[in-house]
Design a protein around this ligand. Structure first.
Ligand SMILES: Cc1cc2nc3c(=O)[nH]c(=O)nc-3n(C[C@H](O)[C@H](O)[C@H](O)COP(=O)(O)OP(=O)(O)OC[C@H]3O[C@@H](n4cnc5c(N)ncnc54)[C@H](O)[C@@H]3O)c2cc1C
Length: 299
């Protein structure tokens, strides 16, 4: 896979690492390395890199890998991972501005402390703001599209782009925003409320979640999108897949739309298990499940 030395890339203030393992950066704890991992120093550094990189450079971005299956051969090209310093969250009235590296849970906690309601659902989503924008992440009836005022991204030529909710073209777990955009921040809005009331709702949400989902295991969250009018987990259960295993990869016995790595599963084990589930669901219900987890890289 290794083709391009780092010195063919533009000088940056951040770091390039060749052949960087990604396994420990993603929730599944499986998968291959990045050909080159780029940790920009800040948004300007990222823009400089994107503007000056050789035209044929493949660029992709990862958050904290809570919705990502990186195949065992790794990801060719440059993989961008934003630094923690791009994860600041600030409050102005009922609006919050969050860097794309901010954890959704931190956005939710900051909103609660500031007495802002409506962002409680973010507490249960274990990704970053960048991943949440790309996935239109949501739960318990609310999604990113319900709270977004504006997103800021950098395109493949290094230009800063501002996007309104309409520009984002949100649908269920998807945005129509161009694939080459790397989100760097977002402004969210909620409603003024009593901090204790917001915290109580967040605590309830977390308790419900921990009782019904394997949130403390090596998983990628919901594996498949819910087909219109159906629950993916129910279709998987009816197809007899609860607890099904492929090597050390398993359909969670607790919530069967979650795949888990019970030990040293490879990405190939996990993907093969997912495909087996899709085949069995197709056979029993006639419905083709669509992957929600993003599968990236080469096998
Ligand atoms: C236990 C568990 C529970 C979960 N529960 C939910 C839930 O209730 N609701 C829900 O919606 N999701 C849920 N998820 C899935 C996941 O947390 C979300 O999809 C989250 O938004 C992914 O964010 P991330 O930072 O981990 O992104 P990653 O998984 O790293 O990447 C996901 C996608 O986002 C893109 N991306 C990441 N950062 C950026 C950026 N800065 N700019 C552009 N694109 C970017 C990546 O390229 C990739 O396509 C759950 C996952 C787990 C493990």
């Amino acid at each position: 896979m290794m083709t391009r030395p780092c010195d063919a890339l533009p000088p940056v203030r951040g770091t390039y690492t060749m052949g960087a393992p990604l396994k420990d950066l993603v929730w599944f704890r499986a998968g291959g390395p990045a050909e080159i991992l780029f940790r920009p120093a800040d948004a300007d550094d990222l823009a400089t890199f994107l503007a000056a990189k050789p035209a044929d450079t493949r660029v992709s971005v990862i958050g904290v890998g809570s919705n990502l299956l990186i195949r065992d051969g790794g990801i060719p090209g440059v993989v961008v991972r934003l630094p923690g310093t791009m994860g600041k969250v600030t409050v102005d009235g009922t609006r919050l501005t969050a860097g794309a590296a901010a954890l959704d849970a931190n956005v939710a906690k900051t909103a609660a402390d500031a007495g802002i309601a409506g962002l409680e659902f973010l507490r249960g989503i274990p990704g970053t703001v960048g991943g949440a924008l790309r996935m239109n992440a949501g739960c318990y009836g609310r999604e990113i599209k319900d709270i977004l005022v504006e997103a800021t991204a950098i395109d493949a030529r290094g230009h800063v782009i501002r996007l309104s909710p309409a520009d984002m073209g949100f649908t269920y777990r998807h945005t129509a925003a161009p694939d080459d955009l790397i989100f760097v921040s977002a402004v969210f809005e909620g409603l003024a409320d009593d901090p204790a009331a917001v915290r109580a709702r967040m605590d309830k949400l977390m308790a419900d979640r921990e009782a019904s989902q394997p949130v403390k295991t090596r998983t990628g969250g919901s594996t498949f999108k819910n087909p219109p009018g159906k629950n993916a987990w129910r279709l998987i259960d009816e197809a007899g897949c609860r607890g099904l295993m492929h090597g050390p990869a398993q359909v969670s016995p607790l919530h069967c739309n979650f795949l888990i790595n019970t030990g040293d599963a490879t990405a190939a084990d996990i993907e093969a298990l997912g495909e087996e589930v899709r085949a069995r669901v197709k056979q029993t219900s006639g419905i083709e499940l669509e992957w929600e987890i993003k599968r990236v890289g080469i096998a």
